[in-house]
Design a protein around this ligand. Sequence first.
Ligand code: AMP
Length: 549
Amino acid sequence: MTIPGLMMQQPLLISSLLVHAERHHAEQEIVSRRVEGDIHRETFRELAARSRRLANALAALGVKQGDRVATIAWNGYRHMELYYAVSGSGAVLHTLNPRLHPDQVVYIADHAEDSVLFFDLTFLPLVEAFASRVKTIKKFVVMTDRAHMPKESKVPGLLCYEELIDAASDAYVWPSFDENAASSLCYTSGTTGHPKGVLYSHRSTILHTYAVALPDTLNCSARDAILPVVPMFHVNAWGLPYAACMVGAKLVFPGPALDGKSLHELLESEKVTVSAGVPTVWQGLLAYMDASKLKFSTMRRTVIGGSACPPAMIRAFKEAYNVDVLHAWGMTETSPLGTACAFKPKHLGQSQEEHYAVMAKQGRGLYGIDMKIVGEDGAELPWGGEKSGELLVRGPWVVNRYFKDEGGNPLLTDADGHGWFPTGDVARIDTDGYMQITDRSKDVIKSGGEWIGSIDLENIAMAHPAVAMAACIAAHHPKWDERPLLVVVKKPGAEVTRDELIAFFDGKIAKWWTPDDVVFVDAIQLGATGKMLKNRLRDQFKDYKLPTA
Ligand code: AMP
């Protein structure tokens, strides 16, 4: 029989991160490019005081514990204040994705039953497009000062953020409550069915934050300046707004300016050491730096995830800019971090080429994330094998049920009674435990009953100097059922033919994996979180006749 331990029972609450940051890192800075156009600076001391004022202001607006408070905002200090004031007071921060269609925003806001909406000035037209249709949002707050408030708006009674802060006292004691209470809410960018809400808790957030900050994960320290390009409206910016307070790192927020020039300026002027974002953002930055012959003076690491990081990008960062890419995998349902690709001691003496091969993988499971791959019959597949299978995960920051039980129980139960979350990703795991995503299960190409991993093919195509973007989709084939079709966007001014691209795959992959054909398009549409919309491409090319058919 176990006996109880005799340690303090202190709930793991998000407000404790802010209290810690104010006490131990009061002078550390949060630097933001504002939508108003200028650069704004505040310290963690100011962040803490303004968050307390905001907590009082929320109470004055009638927000109670458990209420959902929505935001539509870029990465910036006011959004950060909302992260702490809303969750810290016991309400739930619901970050809405502004890249969604107004109809989707209405569905999600109604489903979440949001009571107040805070938004950046930039999003006034979007808010005006849906404000009269949302059922539960009664108060709309523009995240700006009086001078920048819209002179007129279709939304009646707009409130001003800075006025709310000014009118509130900074005397506020963060309440204590159960660490399992809900803290924030994020809807999945699922391409089928309705969006589903993932409701994080204080406990899951704090445990995830510890994992994010570890040396083999994002390796955050008080000596770092972190610029999250990944939006605060997408899975809490991968936990960086929390991790920065936990370790006392400087935070640099790019606001709405995500083009290569603006990002490079801010990375340099604020001496950023670490950054994080999806591959498509880095493409813009690298293209700009290449064209303008620029370098980084302080940035040494960047975290890339959200979709597979092409090996050519890992190589470009290292060879042209001496920046190490940390490839990571995760999803809304996993808070998001699940794996990160740091080396083991056995890799240290290896060649750069061998390093690149490791870095292209999505990495090892973090402590707290248990993972396995299963075949179509649900049986676990061995690590180190040739075969890919569906990736299942479990852990204290993995979703258990969706908000309001949307879609029913998502988990699969194993023989020991443990629930596993089926990620919908197809992956291999090598003998060292490095996981590599080969596909989304719905994107996989099934040729003659065998799977072809579209990500492997895209990675090879992306290494061709003329290719800006590549997607590989299944096209119908009378004999093999499906065969790979490569859809390519060329770099401006670059030339490459179909045959040259097909030949580019020679020796890099099993012969039968080679795409049967290549089509060139002007653009590939990206979804709200920067991923290629392959279902759109499949629709577009559903009647495509392969030359091999
Ligand atoms: P979301 O919930 O919108 O963050 O999307 C999660 C999905 O993004 C995962 O299930 C993967 O399909 C994909 N994803 C995230 N990170 C990676 C990565 N490093 N490589 C490949 N796919 C990724």
